[in-house]
Design a protein around this ligand. Sequence first.
Ligand code: BES
Ligand code: MN
Ligand code: ZN
Length: 498
Amino acid sequence: MKIRHVQVAAGSRGEVVYVLAVDGTAADAGPQLQAALAAAKATGDLKPTFRSVAVFHQGPKAACQRLAVAGLGKAEALDAEKLRRIAAVVQAHAAELGVTTFSLLVPSAILAKVGAHAAGAAIAEGLHLGAYRYEPPRQQAAKPAKAQQAQVAAVGFASKDEQAFAAGLEFGGIGAVATVFARDLENMAANLCTPSTLAKAAKKLAGGRLRVKVLDTAQCEKLGMGSFLGVARGSTEPPKFLVLEYRVPGAKQNVCVVGKGLTFDTGGISIKPAAKMDEMRYDMCGAGAVLGLFHALQHGGLGERKPKSNIIGLIAATENCVGPDAQKPGDVVTAMDGHTIEVLNTDAEGRLVLADAICYGKKFYRPAQIVDLATLTGAVVVALGHEVAGIMGNDQKLCDALIAAGKQADEPLWQLPLWDCHKEQMKSKFADLANINGGQHGNGSIAGGAFLSYFAGDTPWVHLDIAGTAYGGLAKDYYKSGAAGTAVRTLLHWVRSL
Ligand code: BES
Ligand code: MN
Ligand code: ZN
């Protein structure tokens, strides 16, 4: 999908011209289109409902041969999410028709409601994300989808809004392409996407302001990452610890974005049930979000913005398997900061790898803020489902900043409490901490956060539990199934606000 912003005059080119209609009309569509729309409305062929698309053939002499109207529904219910969805509907419609070049006219009523920049971003996101397909390896490789070109024009906009709209299109495109990059890694089978695959993907991103370092087992051992390496012991697949440093000119401090990179989670000796275990390929979606963020940064995601912080990505990548050396329930490991941990359940491994990643970040970067993202608990799916991710932490301002970024991206976050009583539950008789709380307590997702809070200490930190939103959500035009590439766009909004 190639998206080009065009002026109104050039807008009605391409094989099909799609007009977005609000309240069943597109007041700024220009006299030619307006007449066709009025006629279609009179016959009742023009449906005002959200997601309806109607095509009107204009005859061989017309400037555009096919005029299509895509309904956004009622003006009062219009928002960026609807725009994102309608753009994906238009993309799918054009693909179904087999046209490669189409125009998309965006009338001014949309700007008034959504804002020019946000409208442009949502449209680019819908077009790119809607076009995404995971191409699995097959004996007969699938024919690549025809490359589409969308010419997007704002109609009836003031010129300064038109600029903001164009900037939004570009920004949305960067975030969406980065999300697609994350989805591709996330959807790959676990034998095709290993810790080494993630390391290669990260290294391929390096260059310019981005430095990428990959630590192997021996280096992690030297650093004392006993908690991370304890998880890795059960697998013959070598673990990798990824460090991505994005230097912002003039920045005097650092923020760390930490991702859980379990390329497969069998549960270890505390093994998971067989049903749906294949879904544990998605246990690296925290890492996917972090890599997606750096993809966006490397492709101009900051635009003109100059955050006050360098952005440091940390990914602890490993499998959690059941090899002869696998750690056993009750084993005690020592994290990089000296905390000893009783591994009461080897399936609570995400927090074990994140603990050392947080320690590493604190030791080498003294970050002003830490954000971690992890498919950490099944309990968060029970609490919040697949449409909302959980967030908790030790700093309300940081929490609010992420929640605001999630709102902008339409990737909602819901805060869970993390109090001293929850931290208390994580103490162990056989070590400083246990990696699970007792089943009698409940609060499984909070327990994960409470465990991590010991490693964050006084550093402002939040934890996003994305086990629900990483995959399995409601199909919604710009997301169909499989990996969602969740939180890439949220993180991009957040780092732009720093
Ligand atoms: N990767 C899982 C969490 C998960 C579950 C992600 C479902 C996506 C969908 C995590 O490592 C895990 O196994 N957590 C345990 C924690 C428990 C042992 C305290 C869980 O949720 O059961
Ligand atoms: Mn697990
Ligand atoms: Zn896991």
